[in-house]
Design a protein around this ligand. Sequence first.
Ligand SMILES: Nc1nc2c(c(=O)[nH]1)N[C@H]1C(S)=C(S)[C@@H](COP(=O)(O)O)O[C@H]1N2
Ligand SMILES: [Mo]
Length: 296
Amino acid sequence: MQITPEKLFQKRREFIKLGVGSLVSSSLLASTLSALDFKEDLNKELELSPEELATNHVNFYEFSVNKAKAVRLAENFHTKDWKIEVSGAVNKPQTLTMEDILAFKLEERIYRFRCVEAWSMVVPWVGFELRALIDKLEPTSEAKFIKFTTLFDKERFADQAAFFPTLDYPYVEGLRMDEAMHPLTLMAVGMYKKPLKAQNGAPLRLVVPWKYGFKSIKSIVKIEFLKEQPKTTWELANPREYGFYANVNPKVDHPRWSQASERPLGKFFNQDTLLFNGYEKEVGHLYAGMDLRKYF
Ligand SMILES: Nc1nc2c(c(=O)[nH]1)N[C@H]1C(S)=C(S)[C@@H](COP(=O)(O)O)O[C@H]1N2
Ligand SMILES: [Mo]
C-alpha cells in the first residue's frame, strides 16, 4: 500500500494519541499496529520474550523500586505536551516535540537486553538510530559526550516526592560520542509494535543493547552535548559497583554477585552471559586497548 505524506503524518499523530495518558478503546488498540508505520525487523534468530513479562518486570525507580508497584503507579502517567530540550556543544540547540521525534523513519529492532540484576530479555523495539537525531542537531567538535536526563516531576513520579527518594533525581545517563553514534544505539518510542508503556519509559527512551540496562534511560526530557564525561546516576549512587561504561561482561563481576550468567524472562534455566551482550563483533572496536576491568 502506498502511503501519502499526509496519511503518514496522520498515522503518526494517531500513534502519539495512542500513547499513554489516553483512553484506549479496544478498537483503537487494534488499530495501533496500523498507526505505526515502520520497517519490520525480519531477523528472527532471537526468541522474543513474552510481551506480558517485558512490560511488567520493569525497573523504573521514579515510580517505585518495587516492580509491580511501578507498573501500577505508571497506569495514570501522561505524556501530553512532551518536550525534549537540546543544549550544550551543538549548532542547533532547540526544543523538540514528539511530532519532531516521530518524523524520523521508524524501524523495528530485535535486541538482547541485559539488566545488571542478572535477568535478561529479547525485545522488539520500535525507534530510530540516535545518530540520525545527532546528525540533525549538529554537535560541534567540542562535543565528546552526550548526556540524557529523565523527567523530574514530583506530581507524576511518586519516588521523587518521597521523603527519602531511592535515587538522587533526576536520573541522568551518558555515552561517549562514538558510542552514541553507533548504529546499534537506538531511540525507542515503541515495543512489540505498540507505543511504549509508561513503565517502559514512554514516550522516548534510549536503548543501548551491549550495555547493562541502567544505561538505557527512560522518559527523556533533556539531551546535552558535553566536553567532559558526565557523572551518571548509578555511578553517583555507588561508584564502586556501577561505572560509566557498564558494558555487559561475564568476566567482570558485580561486587555482590556474578555476571557470568543470566536468567531470561520466562525461562527456568540460566544461560551464559556474552561479552558485550553478544554484540562484540559490532562494538568491540570501540573499546580496543581499554582495560575493561578498570573502565567497567
Ligand atoms: N529514568 C530511569 N531510567 C531507567 C531506570 C530507572 O529507574 N529510571 N532503570 C534502568 C534499568 S536498571 C533497567 S534494567 C532498564 C529497564 O527497562 P525496562 O523496565 O523497560 O525493562 O531501564 C533503565 N532505565
Ligand atoms: Mo537494570
